[in-house]
Design a protein around this ligand. Structure first.
Ligand SMILES: Cc1cc2nc3c(=O)[nH]c(=O)nc-3n(C[C@H](O)[C@H](O)[C@H](O)COP(=O)(O)OP(=O)(O)OC[C@H]3O[C@@H](n4cnc5c(N)ncnc54)[C@H](O)[C@@H]3O)c2cc1C
Length: 537
């Protein structure tokens, strides 16, 4: 018999199987010996009261084996995926971009018996790692191989947080289950805030790649798509940098939020794109121990059975949203630009989240009127021209990234300021120890950020200090600029058949097209598009 129950335990109790079984026995009023095992369905931390509890929802197996993985209310075998051999499939799909969207689209196509051919501008995960080391250590960027471009896309050397605001539970479970199938730890299936970590993601991505190849699909690296060969409102072929042409029955465009050249190519080819508002700000870093003390109300160290604490903050400042974004407990701030002369920061963390800093994006919503104002001040076109420019947000994004690069002084050294100094408009006389490897330069960030972002952040920080006592401190450092929060361009598609509004066999997909944000939602959109294509064939 399987019985679903919930338990509220202390952190040490929730970490011990025998203790959990004892609680199951007493809760169900049965003998300890009749519990064959249990499967955790949901695990969350309740840190609201004086005592911190772990809430567990689990299936207890009473006089029954517990060999299957349980997700939701269903029993799912982990290997319940039917990847078909597609080597001789009559239908093929070209997927541009090997990010989460591209890879999950390819896996779905295998299940549908359709051959995927992935064209990726960057390198495989191993070769990519060397380029990242060069970027962090020497400040030299490879524009085709960096934190955004390469196998696994922006998701590979990321934090690997796997939560999404989407509430399509069935789809989310499928994505998590696929990650587990390819080697992710099983706890991602039940943790309230699942996370994989940068050290584990590359092997998982490689396993997915191997699966695609074994089934007769193709994953081709250093194949940057630079042209679409159009014929009568359809794509006939795509061309890569070295002049190779690739043709298929359909084309999934999953190139992510940083492929500015793809947005420009679409525009040049008169393929409709639209401006899309996004958010911009800074990455903030505190000592992890300070965040633990605030969130767990401990005086020295957090309980050894609790994970490094995180936070999520949001505040309206003069009608504008200021919010934390992609918080990385025990993490590292990374240089996430794709070009020389532009500076972008983001964050990641290892699976154990055992670095001594906690970082998070802290961003402000950018509207069209803000972008126009800043671009005009910087000497760009007339208001009328900017009003109709699909690149208005992209140009604004690039402008601030260039300012940040210059303010840092080159080689991806980032401009930075302590938090209270930022609010007081005072250049910091020193900067705290931090995780950003290329180095920080003490700068007044009002020389980088437009006033509407600067002032909103300053007000936001003061408000966050009231919500989390100790958060508003000069121990925290702000690093500019957090600018790739989502795509600054939308590639519009038909809501029913998911095809581009003008090009029949082109399927704009996931984050770059403006239909996803984050690993899980990008993966879900990849699957959705692949399923739609299969339905059309
Ligand atoms: C450092 C960092 C940490 C992050 N942490 C998290 C996190 O913890 N959780 C989370 O949910 N999200 C996180 N994100 C965001 C997440 O990675 C993205 O939302 C997600 O990867 C988007 O998936 P995608 O497939 O749409 O695009 P991408 O992952 O951007 O993939 C696009 C791919 O297309 C390729 N490409 C681009 N142009 C071309 C071309 N012309 N020809 C061929 N290939 C091309 C790129 O090289 C890239 O591999 C993080 C991002 C970064 C940079």
């Amino acid at each position: 018999m399987i019985q679903k129950i919930t338990l509220k335990l202390l952190p040490a109790e929730a970490a011990d199987e025998t203790t959990i079984k004892k609680y199951i026995a007493s809760s169900l009023q049965i003998k300890f010996s009749s519990i064959d095992g249990f499967q955790i369905l949901k695990k969350s931390i309740d840190a609201r009261g004086k005592i911190i509890f772990i809430n567990l929802t689990l299936n207890a197996f009473i006089d029954a084996p517990s060999s299957s993985l349980v997700l939701g209310n269903e029993l799912l075998a982990v290997s319940d995926f039917q990847f078909k051999n597609v080597e001789h499939s009559k239908k093929s799909v070209i997927i541009i971009g090997a990010g989460p969207a591209g890879i999950f689209a390819a896996l779905m196509l295998l299940e549908k018996g359709i051959k995927p051919i992935i064209l990726e501008r960057g390198k495989d995960v191993r070769a990519r790692r060397r380029d990242l080391a060069k970027l962090n250590k020497e400040g030299i960027i490879n524009p085709e191989s960096n934190y955004c471009f390469g196998e696994g896309g922006a998701g590979t050397y990321s934090d690997g947080k796997l939560y999404t605001r989407s509430n399509k539970r069935g789809d989310i479970d499928r994505i998590l289950n696929l990650f587990i199938h390819f080697g992710a730890p099983k706890n991602i299936a039940y943790d309230a805030h699942p996370h994989i970590g940068t050290n584990k993601l590359p092997q998982i991505i490689t396993a997915m790649h191997e699966q695609i190849k074994q089934c007769g699909g193709q994953v081709l690296f250093e194949k940057k798509v630079v042209d679409f060969i159009l014929n009568n409102k359809k794509i006939d072929a795509v061309k890569t940098t070295n002049g190779d042409l690739f043709s298929a029955d359909a084309y999934i465009l999953a190139t992510g939020h940083s492929a500015r050249d793809i947005f420009e190519l679409l525009h040049k080819k008169n393929i409709l794109i639209e401006p899309k508002p996004f958010a911009m700000g800074v990455r903030i870093e505190h000592p992890q121990n300070l965040i633990d003390k605030i969130q767990y109300r401990c005086s020295i160290e957090r309980d050894e059975y609790l994970p490094p604490a995180s936070y999520s903050l949001v505040q309206q400042v003069n009608g504008r949203g200021v919010f934390s974004f992609c918080m990385c407990p025990g993490g590292i701030i990374a240089p996430a630009a794709t070009n020389m002369g532009e500076l972008v920061v983001n964050g990641w963390s290892p699976s154990k989240r055992n670095n001594s800093f906690a970082n998070s994006g802290m961003v402000v919503q950018v509207e069209k009127i803000d972008a126009i104002k800043e671009l005009r001040l910087a000497g760009f076109d007339s208001i009328e021209t900017l009003e109709n420019d699909p690149f208005i947000f992209m140009k604004f994004q690039q402008l601030i990234e260039q300012k940040a690069f210059e303010a840092g002084g080159g080689n991806f050294v980032a401009p930075a300021q302590r938090m209270l100094d930022f609010v007081d408009k005072k250049i910091s006389s020193s900067l705290p120890k931090n995780s950003y490897l290329p180095g920080l330069n003490s700068v007044g960030l009002d020389s980088v950020l437009p006033p509407f972002i600067y002032n909103s952040l300053a007000e936001g920080f003061k408000a966050f200090g009231k919500k989390l006592k100790g958060y508003y401190t000069n121990e925290a450092v702000l690093v500019a600029v957090e600018s790739r929060t989502s795509s600054p361009v939308r590639i519009p598609r038909n809501t029913d058949n998911l095809q581009h509004l003008q090009i029949q066999n082109l399927y704009p997909c996931a984050e770059g097209a403006g239909y996803a944000g984050g690993i899980v939602s990008a993966a879900m959109d990849g699957e959705r598009v692949a399923t739609q294509i299969s339905n059309c064939f």
